[in-house]
Structures are given as structure tokens and as C-alpha cells.
Design a protein around this ligand. Structure first.
Ligand code: X2X
Length: 342
């Protein structure tokens, strides 16, 4: 009697100690896609996410990061499709790179929609963010948290840019959303779409004169070494990042696993955002100083100078607002207008 009780107790203990769903089949490795690696706030977010998940899942969920959008051979605009198809298990994706498949994500690329960081937060942390998560869910991925790449500043090898006129005739590498083509064309420049992998050699060879990316990308990728001697702080768009999991992978996990992965994504996203903004929020402009310290000429626009770029791109805004969905754009504008101002 005593013995069978002990056996029973041992069996119960084993059942409790076993991973909550002992039937759950865990892959030896879950593949996490990012465009850039751990030298960038984006890749850092991926590393933090993977480490936290390893910890809270007691090693059951082993995430390996594949930077350089390596799982889609560097073609970052195919990343979203690959997540849906299960070629990618988890991803931290830029709204820009997924916008060819999810048209609503073009919202964040509307020129001069978001005037400051509080405006980004007003979107991602408000009703617009909820709508976008619902849209992603409908498209078959599980969105868990927001991160950030950042405000994208224009750089080039030829001359300082202070007015739309200064952009005339310059060749710019842009990301693969047609909205970027329209914006740069409206400014009189020559845009060419290419992946990030192709952008760096194109800058180095002078095949293109310039590009646009956050300053954290500029410094980590050392764009000063590929001729980018001029930066203009115009803050025309910012790309948030979204932490997602493939639907089937998500379904294969226990509720405890999901809680672990979700909480880790939120924590990693917060740290990712902190790193993306470090030295870029007044009065701390140390990141801008760092770029100037590299021998780069940084142009700070006056509000009037910035307004000229807003005007020159307004038609693009209106055209794309229709394609994105006028209701969503109105909601975004209202959220931004109602944001706390310091
Ligand atoms: O390709 C880019 O410019 C990058 C790295 O910022 C994105 O993936 C959107």
C-alpha cells in the first residue's frame, strides 16, 4: 500500500515536472528571421527575445536567429510570405518589408505622418496598433509585440540636402514598397528599389548616390565608409518592427510556452525601442553627435524647410491614403493629434 502510494506520488510528480504538454513536439530549432544582426537595435531585439525564451521555456524552445533575411536569400520583401508558408518560424519584421503583402502597413511610410516618437507610440500602442494586429492575424501570422527600426533619415554622397531641389537627379536606393518610389519621384530624385543586401555594394560602387535609414543603421553599417558624407534629419517616415510567430508553430505550443514567448517578445521589443531611440530624443542628441564625429555633415532642417518637403510629397500621401484605407488613415491622424505632448 505504502509502496503503491509512493509510486503514484512519483508518477504525479513526474507528470507535473514534465513540460506542460508532454505531447508537444518541439523542433530542435525555431528559425527567427531579421534583416540586420546584433550590432543594430533590431538584431539586438532578436537576440534578447531568443535568450529570454530559452530561459522561460527551460530550453524547450530553442530559437536561432537568421539575420540578413537569410531564410529568403536576402529578399526581405518575401519574408512575410515565408512566415505564412512556415519557411520562417518567427520573425521581427519591418512594416516596410511586409507592406507588399499587407497594404495597411504602408501607413507608417506615409511621408510626414508621424512628427515625433510620441506619434509612433500613439499608433502602435493605440487603436491603430490593435487594428493592424487583427489584420496580421487574419493573414495567418500571430503578432506579439512592437519594436522599432526608427525614423529614416536621407543620406547621400553628393551634396547637403536642404530643399527638395537639392534632391533633383540624385539616385537613391529605396526599400521595396512602391510608396517609396512615389515619394522620391515626387521630390525629383531617381529611386531604385533593392534589398538591403544589395544596397551596400551599390553605395560602395557609386551605382546609387544615397539611401534612407535610421542613424542606428547608418552607424552600425558604417555608411560613412561607402561615401555617405551628407545626412539630412527630416524624419519623413519611421518603421516600427513587429514580433510575430507562424500560426502552426504557435498552435503547437502549450499555453505556458505561448505566455513565455509572448512576454519575452514584449520585453525584447521594449529594449529594442529603447536602443533605437538612444541619443535621438532631445535634449540628448548624442547619436547625432556620434555621426558628426565620423566626419559626416548633418543638416538639421528648420520647421519651414521641413514644410517644403511635406508640401512636395502631399500628393503621394493623398494617393496612398486611399490605397491603405481612408478609415485607418483617419484613425491614425486622430490618434496622433490626440497624443500627449511632453
Ligand atoms: O532595408 C532597409 O533599409 C532596412 C534594413 O531598414 C529594412 O529592412 C527596412
Amino acid at each position: 500500500m505504502k509502496k503503491s502510494l509512493a509510486v503514484l506520488a512519483a508518477a504525479v510528480a513526474a507528470a507535473v515536472a514534465a513540460p506542460a504538454g508532454a505531447q508537444t513536439k518541439y523542433a530542435p530549432e525555431y528559425r527567427l528571421s531579421t534583416v540586420v544582426g546584433t550590432a543594430f537595435p533590431w538584431g539586438k531585439g532578436g537576440e534578447i527575445w531568443a535568450n529570454k525564451v530559452r530561459e522561460c521555456s527551460n530550453g524547450r524552445i530553442n530559437i536561432k536567429m537568421y539575420p540578413g533575411a537569410a531564410l529568403v536569400a536576402g529578399d526581405q520583401t518575401r519574408e512575410f510570405t515565408a512566415i505564412r508558408q512556415g519557411v520562417i518560424d518567427l520573425a521581427i519584421g519591418s512594416t516596410i518589408n511586409w507592406s507588399p503583402q499587407v497594404k495597411e502597413l504602408n501607413l507608417f511610410s506615409l511621408p510626414f505622418l508621424m512628427p515625433d516618437y510620441r506619434a509612433i507610440d500613439a499608433l502602435t500602442q493605440g487603436p491603430v496598433g490593435k487594428d493592424i494586429f487583427a489584420i496580421l492575424e487574419k493573414q495567418g501570422v500571430v503578432p506579439l509585440a512592437w519594436g522599432e527600426n526608427g525614423f529614416r533619415e536621407v543620406t547621400n554622397s553628393k551634396r547637403p540636402i536642404r530643399t527638395p531641389d537639392d534632391m533633383k537627379g540624385l539616385k537613391f536606393r529605396v526599400v521595396g514598397s512602391p510608396l517609396f518610389n512615389d515619394t522620391f519621384t515626387a521630390l525629383g530624385a531617381n529611386p531604385t528599389q533593392m534589398s538591403w543586401a544589395d544596397a551596400q555594394p551599390a553605395l560602395a560602387s557609386g551605382a546609387v548616390d544615397g539611401q534612407e535609414n535610421p542613424l542606428t543603421v547608418f552607424t552600425a553599417a558604417k555608411l560613412q565608409n561607402v561615401g555617405q558624407k551628407n545626412v539630412t534629419l527630416w524624419g519623413y517616415v519611421a518603421d516600427p518592427l513587429i514580433y510575430v510567430v507562424n500560426k502552426e508553430v504557435w498552435a503547437s505550443w502549450t499555453p505556458e510556452d505561448r505566455k513565455c514567448v509572448q512576454e519575452a517578445a514584449v520585453a525584447a521589443g521594449q529594449e529594442n525601442i529603447r536602443l533605437a531611440r538612444a541619443g535621438l530624443i532631445a535634449p540628448d542628441d548624442s547619436m547625432v553627435k556620434t555621426v558628426e564625429g565620423l566626419g559626416v555633415n548633418v543638416v538639421r532642417l528648420t520647421p519651414q524647410e521641413r514644410e517644403a518637403f511635406v508640401k512636395a510629397t502631399r500628393k503621394v500621401y493623398d494617393k496612398w491614403a486611399k490605397q491603405i484605407g481612408p478609415e485607418l488613415v483617419k484613425k491614425a491622424e486622430a490618434s496622433i493629434a490626440a497624443r500627449p505632448k511632453n
